[in-house]
Design a protein around this ligand. Structure first.
Ligand code: EPU
Length: 292
């Protein structure tokens, strides 16, 4: 109880979760579902916490952390791969290369878990995770386990049709046959490109805003002269302007103030409204003041 979410997000921000539960089986999630139903409280599913802003005021509900057990299992059958939602995406990319399964190279260097990556259709300019997906095993809010095919999941740029309350427990992928050395080299090349153009290893939550159609949010923020712009201890990265860095004890209020300042400048300069790519939990204050 009262677990600090700061320790569970790559940005290092967040108040306390009323309840925080580690689960390693589907049955345990069902128990949590029953609890939330009885207590009429909300449930939040934590993946890698790498694309997430949690309010300083905390989360008034149950945070479920998929950890270990079936959620960490990965099996390979030729080019078909089944991965638990809590598997780090980086492990999937690495293992696919080792096993000679091609297609996962564009996902190199993306932090977070398989479940989170599927939910948000993570990807790069070279490809999204949905391109490799066959089906997803989902625990629905009423406790039913269902396998949804890729076509049922409405994937588009950084989004899917999953709804709050759906819990991704496992995903099935299909790559293509390849030579391990060639795949490893390609993975290494793409990883190098990323380290050269993004603040890898610094405290961030990845790209803050989605790219508007046909342009790059990072380029636009940069063009507005906002690299290095700061609110409290949150700063627009001087490596890539769509990454905001927590320089120490940054908080969600400062993060959202900086997001608003940046979005306002981009709107004034380019007449484009930036939409957050990151997930926000608890009362972060973004929706309230933007809904006009
Ligand atoms: N650019 C600038 N200044 C910046 C950042 C970018 O001028 O501060 C320019 C670059 O020079 C380039 C163009 O903008 O000409 C595009 O930049 P980049 O190749 O870095 O791609 P991006 O559109 O900014 C997207 C994804 C990244 C992904 C990269 C590489 C989104 C929001 N971002 O960034 O994904 O790693 O492509 O494929 O879709 C993420 O989703 O969290 C993420 C980091």
């Amino acid at each position: 109880m009262n677990e600090s979410m700061r320790n569970h997000t790559s940005l290092g921000i967040g108040g306390r979760a009323l309840y925080f539960v580690d689960v390693s089986t589907e049955e345990q999630i069902c128990d949590v579902l029953n609890f939330t139903r009885e207590e009429k409280t909300d449930m939040y599913v934590l993946g890698g916490g790498t694309n997430l802003l949690v309010s300083d005021k905390g989360v008034d509900g149950v945070v479920v952390h998929l950890d270990g057990g079936v959620f960490r299992e990965m099996t390979f059958d030729g080019v078909n791969i089944t991965a638990g939602a809590a598997c780090p995406l980086s492990s999937l990319v690495k293992r696919a290369a080792k096993e000679g399964v091609a297609g996962f190279e564009p996902l190199a260097g993306i932090p977070g878990s398989v479940g989170g990556a599927v939910w948000g259709n993570a990807g790069t300019v070279h490809g999204d995770i949905s391109g490799l997906l066959e089906s997803v095993r989902v625990l629905e809010p009423d406790g039913t386990l269902r396998t949804r095919s890729k076509d049922e999941l409405g994937f588009s740029y950084r989004s899917s049709s999953f709804e709050n309350g759906d819990i991704i427990v496992q995903a099935c992928f299909r790559g293509s046959e390849g030579d391990p050395e060639t795949i490893e080299y390609r993975t290494f090349e793409l990883m190098n490109m990323k380290t050269g153009s993004q603040p890898v290893g610094q405290r961030s939550c990845g790209c803050v805003f989605k790219n508007p159609q046909g342009d790059s949010a990072g380029r636009m923020i940069d063009q507005c002269g906002l690299k290095g712009e700061k609110v409290g201890q949150i700063e627009v990265s001087d490596v890539h302007a769509n990454f905001f860095i927590n320089r120490g004890k940054g908080n969600s209020q400062d993060m959202v103030s900086l997001m608003k300042r940046v979005a306002d400048r981009v709107r004034d300069t380019f007449s484009v409204t930036l939409e957050p790519e990151i997930q926000m939990w608890g009362d972060c204050g973004w929706e309230v003041s933007r809904a006009q």
